[in-house]
Design a protein around this ligand. Structure first.
Ligand code: GLN
Length: 277
């Protein structure tokens, strides 16, 4: 499990994305867990009636996310909250726009950005070479680590111990790409939500879950008998996905992000959701 192998996996995924338009890895989804695309919208739905618009609807910044990824985006009292939701709200304010959040499967976000049905994708989304083939990314606003969740008392102590095990991932995420590349298709069990992968781990259906560190901590806190291994699997950076030809929006988002970083707002939002930081 070298970093080289991981890079190769990402490059391979990029090549496959060219071959399969849309990059939708639906063919190998665990049918038992595949759920209907639940694209619900937090405010009024926007339409993409003019692809040349700087945003899908004038005055509205439409963000695609997958709201089962605490502390970045999750539901609280039927509202999507979290680090990404708050940062996006402030970006929209700085742009003089209203934020609208659309909740959808993680694997649908890049396509929605690419086709212009949304203005940006913000979902604890890692910048990868294969994603950069189809969308642009803003400057990064967070770093993350892919970690391994196991049951307490598990014989799995390091990433190498995952060999021959059933490993749960959230489909279409970097965890999915790394685990598939490192251990092969037969080792991977894909779930549409991180929660579902963790529930399968608790139920003994799988042996481990590879997922981003902060959601991992949240899932482990919410479920008895699980722990996050100390060894990390991969280091990553989160950024906002924006349509390739929408450099105007990208520049504005980057300017807003720079202000939020410079005046300490970003740090205080992160500290609110991740208290120990
Ligand atoms: N950071 C991971 C990725 O970009 C997972 C993101 C997520 O599940 N929301 O693939």
């Amino acid at each position: 499990m070298t970093k080289m192998k991981r890079i190769l996996a990402v490059v391979l995924a990029a090549v496959m994305c060219f071959a399969i338009v849309g990059c939708d890895k639906k063919n190998d989804v665990d049918s038992a867990t595949e759920s209907v695309v639940n694209s619900t919208s937090q405010t009024t739905a926007a339409t993409n009636d003019n692809a040349d618009n700087k945003t899908t609807t004038s005055g509205t910044l439409v963000m695609a996310t997958n709201a089962s990824f605490p502390p970045y985006e999750y539901y609280e009292n039927e509202k999507i909250v979290g680090i990404d939701a708050e940062v996006a709200e402030l970006i929209a304010q700085k742009l003089g726009m209203t934020l609208e959040i659309k909740d959808m499967e993680f694997g649908s976000i890049i396509g929605a950005v690419q086709t212009g049905t949304v203005d940006m994708g913000m979902a604890g989304m890692t910048v990868t070479e294969d994603r950069l083939v189809t969308v642009d990314f803003s400057d990064t606003y967070a770093t993350a680590v892919q970690v391994i969740i196991v049951k307490e008392g598990s014989e799995i102590k390091t990433a190498d111990d995952l060999e021959g095990k059933k490993i749960g991932v959230q489909e279409n995420t970097t965890g999915d790409i790394y685990v598939t590349g490192d251990f092969g298709e037969e080792s991977v069990k894909r779930y549409s939500k991180g929660n579902d992968a963790v529930a399968a781990l608790s139920a003994g259906i799988i042996d481990a879950v590879v997922i981003d560190n902060e959601p991992a901590k949240n899932y482990v806190e919410a479920n008895d008998g699980l722990k996050v291994l100390d060894t990390s699997y991969a280091d990553e950076e989160y950024a906002i996905a924006i349509r390739k030809d929408n450099t105007d929006l990208k520049d504005k988002i980057n300017a807003a992000l720079a202000e939020l970083k410079a005046d300490g707002t970003l740090d205080s939002i992160v500290a609110k959701y991740i208290p120990e930081n």
